[in-house]
Design a protein around this ligand. Structure first.
Ligand SMILES: *[C@@H]1O[C@H](CO)[C@@H](O)[C@H](O)[C@H]1NC(C)=O
Length: 134
């Protein structure tokens, strides 16, 4: 008698605690945003290697051809880094930064000869980073 009520009385605080602590830690399973990376290097540059990760999620290295795009999901409200390698050139940048990108659903990156450009609408671009040469 009262067994079901006891279960509810026990479970509700447990569920509240779990949901509060996961939001405090910033860990969420759902997709918060998408990172798009586009290889817009000059013709003849060849494919580049792109690697994006956060401290929780690692998408590993992928090859992105000239004019091609790469994308990955932002799964946690955490900093995501991307890195690109093309021949002797290397770039690394903050691809998703919670304070900068807020609740935007997409962050676009254009990798061009003269830098790494950010857009939130895939149309107006701001240079955020530069290539380095090893
Ligand atoms: C971004 O815009 C370019 C040029 O209009 C288009 O080719 C590309 O498909 C767009 N990317 C995404 C992810 O919508």
């Amino acid at each position: 008698m009262g067994g079901r009520n006891n279960l509810v009385v026990f479970l509700v605080p447990v569920l509240i605690t779990i949901s509060l602590s996961s939001s405090v830690l910033g860990i969420q399973r759902n997709k918060l945003a998408t990172i798009h990376v586009m290889n817009s290097m000059p013709k003849g540059s060849g494919p580049m290697q792109v690697h994006c990760k956060s401290r929780y999620t690692d998408y590993r290295m992928q090859q992105v051809g000239e004019g091609d795009g790469y994308r990955c999901d932002v799964r946690e409200r955490a900093l995501y880094y991307c890195m690109a390698i093309l021949g002797r050139r290397v770039a690394s940048w903050h691809a998703f930064q919670p304070r900068r990108d807020g609740s935007r659903k997409a962050v676009y990156w254009l990798l061009k000869d003269h830098g790494i450009f950010l857009s939130w609408d895939n149309s107006s671009w701001v240079r955020k980073s530069m290539w380095e040469t090893e």
